[in-house]
Design a binder for this molecule. Structure first.
Ligand SMILES: Nc1nc2c(ncn2[C@@H]2O[C@H](COP(=O)(O)OP(=O)(O)OP(=O)(O)O)[C@@H](O)[C@H]2O)c(=O)[nH]1
Ligand SMILES: [Zn+2]
Length: 365
């Protein structure tokens, strides 16, 4: 598959992926191609009415959803982890949003019945899967419109081999800069900023003191929580955990806190707020993620391992109650010499949330 740009300006695989993600975010189509054919895809969340019409002009449109979301809608998911719903000819953006976004599930319970494409019918499942991966990575709702389109796409439309979107790529990270930042807990603070050319995330490591590289470092992998860390939200325990971890490192004289750009367990702030609305309707934190079409936890903890290694650490004393973090670190080649519990911030409003994490995600209380 060729791209219109010639070397040295031709896009690398990583750049093509990044471009496809940002095009979907902007509401532009992406042309996905695989061994079974090709299709034009739009993210359901950002599709406009004229562009939906543009897809329709090319053939019958499918709405790809994860099997999680399809389960909530009682739609048939013939493709295992995903469903390709037939988009009715008269369906408008309202239909689309109501199907993709669970916000109105309770208010508008009479959606459907839905019909799903099956087997070789409709755009190939691998392409639908690729579109969903891109939508998730763009932190949009996991829902994509597709129309089979084997001919080359219109001029200017990003072209992407589906295999690229489906590959288990770990974005390479490198340190951009570091600077001394005296903190209330310790004047010996240093902030390191890491970036990947593959996406627009920025991960931060806060180093306290000068932890020796040849011994397990007291470490915390903290996933961003705008509401808890910055606003003092009482719905979770993130803010108190963040501060307790820094206090503990200051008391020990050394440590490293990774502040990972993984808001909402990797679904992004807008989707986390969608999950919060669902929680107000009575669903717990795991059910809410599922109704949106996400897994309970969409984070890739290898990111944290990469940052630790880049800083020269290969063993940690990990401040966490989450056994998955411990396992993922070990799998990624960072030895966890000790798990240090971090139990703070319990209140009346987050007790049920913490209990759900213990019961369903294995968190240690
Ligand atoms: N999707 C979703 N994310 C949430 C919710 N509440 C908090 N979060 C996010 O959950 C993450 C919590 O991160 P951490 O505290 O690092 O991780 P943890 O898995 O709880 O593990 P430990 O705190 O290390 O025990 C943050 O990214 C929050 O934004 C919620 O109800 N739904
Ligand atoms: Zn939080």
């Amino acid at each position: 598959m060729t791209d219109p740009l010639a070397p040295p300006f031709a896009l690398s695989d990583a750049e093509r992926l990044a471009r496809a993600r940002s095009d979907l975010r902007m509401g532009l189509p992406v042309w996905l191609a695989g061994p079974d054919g090709a299709a034009l895809a739009l993210a359901a969340e950002t599709a406009s009415a004229p562009r939906l019409r543009g897809l329709r002009d090319l053939g019958e449109v499918a709405l790809a959803l994860t099997a999680r979301r399809a389960g909530t809608l009682r739609a048939r998911a013939y493709d295992g982890d995903l469903a390709r719903l037939r988009v009715p000819g008269d369906a408008d953006l309202g239909w689309l949003r109501a199907t993709a976004d669970p916000a109105e599930d309770l208010a508008r319970p009479m959606k459907g019945p839905f019909q799903s494409f099956r087997d070789a019918d409709g755009p190939p499942p691998a392409l639908a899967r690729a579109a969903l991966r891109l939508a998730k990575a763009a932190r949009l709702l996991p829902a994509a419109l597709l129309v089979a389109h084997d001919a080359p796409p219109p001029e200017g439309v990003a072209r992407l081999p589906a295999a690229l979107a489906l590959a288990d790529t770990l974005a390479p990270l490198s340190e951009v800069v570091s600077a001394r930042v005296p903190l209330a807990v310790s004047q010996a603070g240093r902030v390191h900023v890491f970036r990947s050319p593959l996406d627009d995330s920025e991960h931060v490591a806060v180093e306290i003191g000068s932890p020796p590289r040849d011994a397990p470092v007291l470490a915390r992998l903290h996933s961003a929580c705008f509401t808890g860390d910055l606003l003092g939200s009482l719905k979770c325990d993130c803010g108190p955990q963040l501060h307790a971890a820094l206090d503990r490192m200051a008391a020990d004289g050394a440590g490293v806190l990774l502040y990972l750009d993984q808001e909402g367990r990797g679904i992004g702030l807008a989707n986390k707020m969608r999950a919060y609305s669902l929680q107000d309707q009575g669903f717990d934190t795991v059910e809410a993620n599922h109704r949106l079409g996400f897994e309970d936890d969409e984070r890739d903890f290898r990111v944290g391992a990469q940052v630790l290694k880049a800083l020269g650490f290969d063993a940690v004393r990990l401040l966490t109650n989450n056994p998955r973090k411990v396992r993922r670190m070990e799998e990624a080649g960072v030895r966890v010499a000790e798990r240090v519990p971090l139990r703070v911030g319990l209140n009346d409003l987050n007790a049920a949330y913490l209990a759900t994490k213990a019961a369903k995600s294995g968190h240690l209380l």
